[in-house]
Design a protein around this ligand. Structure first.
Ligand SMILES: Cc1cc2nc3c(=O)[nH]c(=O)nc-3n(C[C@H](O)[C@H](O)[C@H](O)COP(=O)(O)OP(=O)(O)OC[C@H]3O[C@@H](n4cnc5c(N)ncnc54)[C@H](O)[C@@H]3O)c2cc1C
Length: 383
């Protein structure tokens, strides 16, 4: 077993950290105020290989794996989690195209995404309930050489900043009645709806996509007709859960640093509060959670890079890390006393951001449904 990162991965961490501190930090206040994603960061992120990190070189990407992606998302999340939130969904769109696209689709859509010319989004959730994927009601019907889409998707990350939307809708009955499509934002009848105003991850754009007799070419189906559930499950499990977990890992790292610095500087009773056993116990818990989560996140990404099956490990990394980030952010706020809830202090943003990671990409309860099934599988009677 080898827990050492390669020189390349360490360099990637260093360059992403420097970029995040110098280029993202000055934009945080505006993101918090406006709730808008800073699209001008796309080109510099493309230059560093962040936008196209998992895209194959033959389609304009840098062709690195999921462990490298996790390190990059973690470093971005340490500074501002809204950025990796949007980036990880952008990567999901690239992954779905890579896994299910035809050669023509890959050639047409992956390079502009990898080069940061635009963003991608993946739209599954509807007002009828995100956990109940089969309850979705948006439809597509083939009419001549066009698919006609009708319906509405909600809570979609990058909805208003993406030119390419990967959308799962109904083309028939039951689990085999879902299909995936590539919709270009300017397609006739494709519209963006409301923008959501979230209390956390403010700089990550979340909103609605509306399809009103939206016409797309017949060849814009992604994968097989009826294969939409498979596209959604693979993309959410492999790229979505690892991406959300890495974002939350960055929040956890920031909690550790902010709490440690404050505890060492704040003096009570003539000594830094770090000398109080209760505070050092809080720090010990944050430190341990950070280590557990880093191991879970890196293991899941490493398994993807080894072509191993890892749906249980990605669900574990996602649900544990997002919950741990919220628990540790609460502790970090408490260590700060009243300062912790003041806008000037980063910890209040960390708590808000951590809370938002819990339901995005599949709720904690759905994560536990997956894990409960895996935990009990060895004890189930066959036949
Ligand atoms: C910031 C953010 C970004 C998002 N980005 C995207 C995106 O890019 N694309 C996209 O398609 N969706 C996106 N979503 C939607 C997200 O996937 C859904 O919010 C999530 O799937 C839950 O759906 P819901 O909010 O409708 O809650 P519901 O499904 O209505 O769930 C309500 C409650 O019931 C619980 N519950 C549901 N089923 C079960 C069960 N079987 N057992 C136990 N408890 C259960 C849930 O855990 C939850 O507590 C995003 C959400 C957020 C917050």
């Amino acid at each position: 077993m080898d827990f050492k990162l390669s020189e390349r991965e360490e360099l990637l961490r260093k360059s992403t950290r420097e970029f995040a501190e110098s280029e993202i930090t000055p934009k945080i206040e505006a993101m918090e105020e406006t709730g808008e994603f800073p699209v001008d960061l796309l080109k510099p992120m493309a230059k560093l290989g962040i936008t196209g990190i998992i895209a194959p070189p033959e389609y304009g990407g840098v062709g690195l794996g999921y462990l490298a992606r996790t390190i990059v998302l973690e470093e971005l999340g340490r500074v501002c989690a809204a950025i990796p939130m949007s980036m990880q969904v952008h990567h999901m769109a690239i992954a779905a195209l890579k896994d299910f696209g035809t050669e023509e689709q890959k050639k047409k859509y992956i390079p502009p995404l990898a080069h940061g010319e635009t963003m991608g989004c993946v739209a599954v959730t509807e007002p009828s309930g995100g956990s109940d994927v089969l309850g979705m009601q948006a439809t597509a019907a083939l009419k001549g050489d066009k698919w006609i889409l009708n319906g509405r998707k909600c809570f979609i990350t990058n909805s208003h900043t993406s030119a390419y939307w990967l959308v799962i809708v109904r083309t028939g009955e039951g689990p085999k009645g879902l299909s995936a499509f590539i919709v270009e934002k300017d397609a006739p009848g494709a519209k963006t709806g409301r923008v959501e105003h979230k209390f956390g991850l403010r700089g990550s754009n979340t909103g609605e996509l509306v399809f009103d007799n939206c016409e797309i070419p017949k060849e814009n189906i992604l994968g097989q007709e009826g294969g939409g559930l498979g596209v959604a499950l693979k993309t959410v499990s492999e790229s979505g859960r690892t991406g959300m977990a890495a974002t939350a890992l960055g929040i956890l790292q920031a909690c550790y640093e902010e709490a440690g610095k404050f505890a060492s500087e704040r003096v009570l009773y003539g000594k830094p509060i770090a000398a109080l056993q209760a505070i050092s116990f809080y720090m010990a818990e944050i430190y341990t959670e950070l280590d557990i989560c880093r191991l879970l996140c890196y293991r899941a990404s490493w398994m993807k890079d080894q072509n191993m099956r890892f749906d249980t490990e990605s669900a574990m990394a996602k649900s544990y890390t997002c919950d741990a980030a919220a628990r540790c952010a609460k502790k970090a706020v408490e260590i700060h006393g009243a300062y912790g809830i003041m806008k000037e202090y980063k910890v209040q943003r960390l708590l808000r951001d951590a809370m938002v990671t819990i339901s995005a990409g599949g709720t904690g309860e759905i994560g536990k449904v997956v894990l409960g099934r895996a935990a009990l599988a060895p004890f189930q009677k066959k036949g």
